[in-house]
Design a protein around this ligand. Structure first.
Ligand code: SF4
Length: 378
């Protein structure tokens, strides 16, 4: 019998400094060897809980996992291999910061088993990088991408758009430089002001807004046209890939596969006995370490998802991707057929397409996904 697939997310919560727009579970710092040991131990717990699986991917996210020494990364990759077995070519990804631009480091990381890098360049515009609170400049971003490209055939660049004052020309320059670096993949993030961030506090104090939401739709359209005309597949709302280089790890989320979240605050979704369970690890590193060391009672927050919640999540994630969702699968989870009226309205408005069992959002519909989801879930 085929083993069911499983993706593994490992969260490294430390950053050299905290960006003003960031609402992730992050802490200022670099080393924490006890945390590496706790993550190692937590993987053993998850192996017992999930049983044998086909590992789709390992992803080191953060935070800034490129602050981790290569030996620690290698230790955790080896641990996964020992516990579940890693097939040749399994995607092992690491998020990296251009400020860590050390060629020897990238070589060591490659030797430790990592085969895909997501480089958080965000922009090549020095003014924008300063405004975004980043600790690198455009030249460092280009140098880091060059070093990575010489060692990894599979790398992605992360770009941010929608910052206040960004012109179409600024965005065009960023895209031009990004394309010249020949990444296999591009991930984009439309800047938003999230609760609890420094940008939100600055706005509350009456400072100038950090985001110009009015421009963002035009910038998104510009992005989509530029990258698709340069040969990239627009396979997910914010993600673009050269053929054969879609992010397998992120696809696991969007396609509704199981994934475990290891490390402080990491989220997971595991299916057991036909039930879907959402798990969340303790957020603060110290609490996470002690909770992993003391396994009784189970230290993870766990929530059993209802059929409706599971179906809603499947719909919300699956409609983000070009491949869309299986209607039969959605109806099986939600327990009833999708009502014809909203479905037909959305098709008539050219927001979704339906072909046999498959439902996808159109290019017009993708930026309006919240509206589509609301209609389909009511
Ligand atoms: S480097 Fe990334 S994870 Fe760290 S604070 Fe900045 S945006 Fe957040």
């Amino acid at each position: 019998m085929a083993k069911s697939p499983l993706a593994i997310y490992i969260h490294w919560p430390y950053c050299a400094r905290i960006c003003p727009y960031c609402d992730f579970n992050v802490y200022k710092g670099t080393r924490n060897d006890a945390l590496v040991s706790a993550i190692d131990q937590d993987l053993t717990y998850w192996r017992e809980r999930t049983g044998t699986r086909e590992i789709i991917s390992i992803h080191f996210g953060g935070g800034t996992p490129s602050l981790l020494p290569a030996a620690h990364i290698g230790r955790l990759v080896d641990k996964v291999d020992k516990l579940w077995g890693l097939a040749a070519g399994t995607e092992v990804g690491l998020e990296a910061n251009p400020a860590d631009t050390r060629r020897d480091y990238w070589k060591a990381i490659r030797s430790s088993g990592v085969n895909r890098i997501s480089l958080g360049v965000q922009s090549f515009n020095d003014g924008a990088l300063k405004f975004l609170g980043r600790d690198h400049d455009g030249a460092q971003a280009i140098a880091a991408a060059g070093d990575i490209a010489s060692i990894f055939s599979n790398f992605s660049l992360d770009l941010i758009f929608g910052w206040a004052g960004q012109s179409a020309n600024d965005w065009s320059q960023d895209l031009k430089i990004a394309l010249s670096l020949k990444p296999a993949h591009l991930s984009t993030y439309q800047l938003t002001i999230e609760p609890g961030t420094a940008f939100e506090r600055a706005e509350a104090r009456g400072n100038e807004k950090a985001v110009h939401a009015d421009q963002s739709a035009d910038l998104y359209d510009q992005l989509r046209r530029r990258l698709t005309s340069s040969g990239f597949e627009h396979y997910e709302i914010s993600n673009f890939a050269q053929r054969g280089h879609r992010s397998r790890h992120n696809l696991a989320y969007w396609q509704g596969h199981d994934y475990i979240g290891v490390g402080p605050g990491a989220h997971g979704r595991v299916t057991s006995g036909g039930q879907r369970i959402a798990t969340t690890a303790k957020a603060r590193p110290g609490n996470y370490i002690s909770s992993v060391q003391d396994q009784e009672p189970d230290p993870r927050d766990q929530e059993l998802l209802s059929g409706e919640d599971w179906a809603a999540e499947y719909l919300m994630m699956g409609m983000r991707i070009q491949d869309g969702i299986s209607i039969a699968r959605f109806e099986e989870l939600v327990g009833h057929s999708i009502p014809a009226a909203p479905l037909n309205d959305l098709i008539a408005a050219d927001l979704i397409q339906k072909t046999k069992d498959k439902m996808t959002a159109t290019e017009t519909g993708r930026p309006l996904l919240d509206h589509i989801i609301r209609k389909l879930l009511t």
